[in-house]
Design a protein around this ligand. Structure first.
Ligand SMILES: *Cc1c(COP(=O)(O)O)cnc(C)c1O
Length: 221
């Protein structure tokens, strides 16, 4: 099947309140253009340099999402155009995004990445660290004037065990529901980014409202 066919099949099965991020990392611009021409306007990349090169070459009505681990020294390249940063997992990073966003007089939307998988290797905050960052942002509105925390992101363990994946997603949903009760100008949680090609249906059942789908659209990498 073509990229356009894959996209339309996935989109027609998604409930209307779900935002689809087409994860295009490692794929060439022609592939992204095929998705664009089929109507897709939200793309996710995991490397700032690659995303910036694609941004330069592609139409400017695209929303670019950074879904990978963010390196501080590269943040400056995406500040002019990035729409949402999914993988923020420290207040140091948040401060640096805020500092650079201020230079551009912008407000940058961020998701905090939560560690829900059993694997050691996945990035992310635990609940206590999340609590601390949210308190910091909510209490220091001037210090974080140029960012907005708009939600949470998480990745389940890479396993065939559906029960385990479900448990991890539900855990994140519980954290999200609890934290989305408080809201300040720079911190209002309404986006829950969870679910990839292999597990997005389950993620949606567990309360996700943003899915990041790569290989099911663009083919394997
Ligand atoms: C690569 C990637 C995806 C998409 O993975 P697929 O299995 O190809 O859908 C989603 N989220 C993150 C953070 C990724 O790095």
């Amino acid at each position: 099947m073509s990229i356009a066919e894959n996209l339309s099949k996935i989109k027609s099965a998604l409930p209307p309140h779900i935002t689809l991020v087409a994860v295009s990392k490692t794929k060439p611009v022609v592939d992204l253009m095929e998705a664009y021409n089929a109507g897709q306007r939200i793309f996710g990349e995991n490397k700032i340099q690659e995303m910036t090169e694609k941004w330069q070459q592609m139409p400017k009505d695209i929303q670019w999402h950074m879904i990978g681990h963010v390196q501080s020294n590269k943040i400056k390249y995406m500040i002019p155009y990035v729409h949402l940063i999914h993988g923020v997992d420290s207040s140091k990073l948040l401060k640096e995004i805020n500092r650079l966003a201020r230079k551009w007089r912008k407000k940058i939307d961020c998701l905090l990445q939560i560690h829900i998988a059993e694997e050691e290797t996945k990035f992310g905050l635990n609940e206590q660290e999340l609590d601390e960052i949210l308190k910091q942002v909510q209490h220091d509105q001037q210090g974080f004037e140029n960012i907005r925390i708009v939600g949470l992101m998480g990745m389940a363990t890479f396993t065939e065990n559906q029960e385990q994946i479900k448990r991890e997603f539900l855990h994140l949903k519980t954290i999200f529901d609890k934290q989305s009760q408080t809201s300040t100008v720079n911190c209002q949680l309404n986006t829950l980014s969870m679910g990839m090609s292999g597990d997005y249906q389950l993620a949606i059942e567990c309360g996700s409202n943003m899915v990041r789908i790569g290989s099911s659209i663009f083919g394997s990498r």
